[in-house]
Ligand binder design. Structure first.
Ligand SMILES: [Zn+2]
Length: 415
């Protein structure tokens, strides 16, 4: 078996690995670099058969629905099958119509079931559901000709699905020849430090919520389902209703998980911002709107609810909230990666907060394993070799783990 990291040996984002055996090939992840600019096709790795003309390219395995792992799929032939979780596939299908630009809806292909092996040509794949900030995320065991590669994907053990990590550690796959290990936290967190747990985030939110007089504007990703649950639980504990928009309602529905907050729940309300109303009209999404309208409210209801509501804020809400005069004593809580804020992605929100003198607070935890969580995975898998991927600091691996073998982007090697 031969393997090549096309992108990701020295960076976070844009992950893509190619595995070859018996003249057949598989790709593992097909991500967009985090710093990608316009014209995404310029980031396509040099891989033959992306146009669907080479049957030796059997398919693409996507670990989870984050853009830096699947974002280039729009630029390959739809004839190439794509493997991923069934819920992840539904989430992408639900999200794409709302997003600007050319985002991919993956072609058909294999749907993962955690722990269930399946064959693709000479390869045998076993997906393992993991705890991550993306819903329906997997680590992947790939076997061929007696060799075994374990691809960690992105994972953690401090989220709401930490038991998945425990389950994996209790019964780990044996005889791993090579572990491709993500290292997002290296260089960002000291080796001995831990990220807060998602439960701790919920408790921090409870403290903020209970001392706020006005409307809460909580800004997070609608696809970070763990965080939405934390916001929902904190709201429930402080007597607040959670107000979602149609995009979030569609994503929550697409999880197919009736235990997660849904638009029809009595402590959830749907508010459709003006820009989304236009989108609905232009695209005739009337069935979708109707399906989520059980608890629909309007801007005057938000003003009236005020300190009994938490709005899952998106920048497009600004104009509605101004017009509806909903902002007295409001607090804005930024609850996602600080990097987006620091890089200026939300400068329009920053200016708006200043204009209305709305205080900004932040609370967040990482979707990635801390160095000690990474060590736990290494200890339980006890792989023959560890290859750095998805890290800006591959040179730190040998300080933390045994048997590290670093490879460069574009370099092929034999297992
Ligand atoms: Zn991820």
């Amino acid at each position: 078996m031969r393997i090549c990291i096309h992108r990701g040996s020295k960076q976070i984002g844009g992950s893509c690995v190619e595995i070859e055996n018996c003249d057949q090939r598989l790709l593992v992840d097909f991500g967009l670099p985090l710093d990608a600019e316009e014209n995404h096709s310029q980031y396509l790795p040099q891989i033959s058969g992306l146009d669907g003309s080479d049957p030796s390219l059997l398919g693409v395995l996507i670990s989870h629905p984050h853009l830096d792992h699947f974002g280039l799929l729009a630029h390959i032939s739809p004839k190439i099958p794509v493997a991923m979780g069934a819920a992840a596939r539904r989430i992408l299908g639900a999200a794409v119509p709302f997003l600007p630009g050319n985002w991919p809806i993956p072609s058909g292909g294999w749907n993962y079931q955690s722990g269930k092996r399946f064959n693709i040509g000479p390869f045998c794949v076993t997906p393992f559901l993991v705890d991550h900030s993306a819903y329906d995320a997997y680590a992947l065991l790939i076997e061929s000709s007696g060799k075994r590669i374990f691809y960690s994907g992105d994972f953690r053990s401090h989220g709401r699905r930490a038991t998945l990590f425990e389950r994996l550690t209790e019964n780990p796959p044996q005889n791993i020849d090579m572990l491709l290990l993500e290292g997002s936290s290296l260089g960002r967190l000291a080796d001995s430090q831990q990220f807060p747990t998602e439960k701790e985030i919920e408790n921090q939110l409870v403290q903020i919520f209970s001392s706020t007089e006005g409307l809460l504007l909580v800004h997070t990703s609608s696809q970070n389902i763990d965080r939405i649950v934390s916001i929902f639980r904190a709201s429930k504990r402080t007597g607040r209703k959670v107000i979602i928009d149609l995009y979030t309602a569609a994503i929550l529905e697409a999880t197919g998980n009736a235990n997660l907050p849904q638009s029809a729940w009595s402590d959830v309300a749907l508010y459709v911002p003006q820009t989304q109303r236009l989108q609905i009209k232009n695209n005739a999404w009337f069935d979708l709107l109707k399906r989520h309208s059980t608890n629909r409210i309007f801007i005057e209801d938000i003003k009236h609810l005020s300190n009994r509501a938490t709005l899952l804020f998106r920048p497009l809400h600004r104009f509605d909230l101004e017009r509806g005069e909903c902002l007295s004593d409001a607090i804005y809580i930024y609850s996602q990666w600080e990097g987006y804020w620091e890089q200026g992605a939300y400068d329009m929100v920053k200016d708006w907060l200043e204009r209305y003198s709305i205080p900004k607070l932040s609370t967040h935890t990482s979707g990635h394993a801390s160095p000690s969580e990474l060590k736990n995975l290494v200890k339980m898998l006890s792989p023959r070799k560890i290859v750095p991927i998805h890290s800006f600091f591959p040179e730190k691996y040998p300080e933390l783990f045994p048997k590290v073998e670093a490879h460069n982007d574009g370099e092929w090697w034999e297992i």
